[in-house]
Design a protein around this ligand. Structure first.
Ligand SMILES: C[S@@+](CC[C@H](N)C(=O)[O-])C[C@H]1O[C@@H](n2cnc3c(N)ncnc32)[C@H](O)[C@@H]1O
Length: 210
């Protein structure tokens, strides 16, 4: 049974809000019609399963993780839902995404950090996260969305959060709309959600007026 049921009535239940739930709420309308999606950090498989359960039957989902254990958990999660046919599980860093994903991307999720209850040294790292983001941005369709949840509450996560914020904040605004959200009255630096939408496929400089 799901332990979180998103509320799509338009009412935001702040009491239950966290960055991961907010991401699911925001992405859902795009997932309904998506063809190609990426879960850059499969982990326990909850995000991959969410993408699979809510997408069209012919959607394809690429799920990356560097830990075999994580991909096994993801496989089990998908099998329980009967959704494993839609998903390609890739035991490799998301930095190598261009080696696998060749088609335009509708939706990509990055839930950064380490597996809850797992070894902290397997946490995502700023350098490879930025490489993967760059790769996804290059292949993102116009109208496509990327979500990133960063965890500034631990040392590597703090550096990664700052690197992601710096990187996203200089994306060209005529092409990408970028925002962030977090709870601001919680202790211990709560997770931060970033969202990137590709609002048009290219940007042409306007000719200077004569
Ligand atoms: C917070 S967990 C992801 C949670 C997951 N999305 C879920 O729904 O359960 C972060 C995951 O990122 C994985 N990871 C770390 N570095 C990675 C990399 N370079 N490429 C892909 N996955 C990576 C970790 O092994 C871990 O399983």
């Amino acid at each position: 049974m799901k332990d979180y049921e998103p509320n799509y009535s338009g009412e935001i239940m702040m009491k239950f809000a966290n960055a991961v739930n907010m991401v699911h709420n925001v992405l859902l309308p795009r997932i309904y019609t998506a063809g190609c999606m990426v879960d850059a950090t499969a982990g326990n498989g909850r995000d991959t399963a969410f993408l699979a359960a809510n997408s069209p039957d012919d959607a394809l989902i690429w799920a990356f993780d560097i830990q075999k254990e994580a991909l096994e958990k993801t496989r089990t999660c998908l099998q329980e839902q009967g959704q494993e046919k839609k998903v390609r599980l890739i035991l490799d860093s998301h930095a190598n995404l261009p080696l696998y994903v060749r088609q335009p991307i509708d939706v990509a999720m990055f839930n950064l950090g380490y597996l809850p209850g797992g070894a902290h040294q397997n946490t995502t790292q700023a350098d490879s996260t930025l490489q993967a983001l760059e790769a996804v941005l290059t292949q993102l369709k116009a109208g496509g969305l990327i979500s990133i949840v960063a965890y500034p509450g631990h040392a590597a996560g703090k550096l990664e959060h700052e690197a992601v914020r710096r990187y996203l904040s200089v994306l060209p605004s005529p092409i990408f709309a970028v925002g962030s959200w977090s709870m601001i009255n919680q202790a211990h630096e709560p997770p931060v959600m970033f969202l990137v939408e590709k609002v048009r496929s290219e940007f042409r400089e306007r000719p200077a007026p004569c």
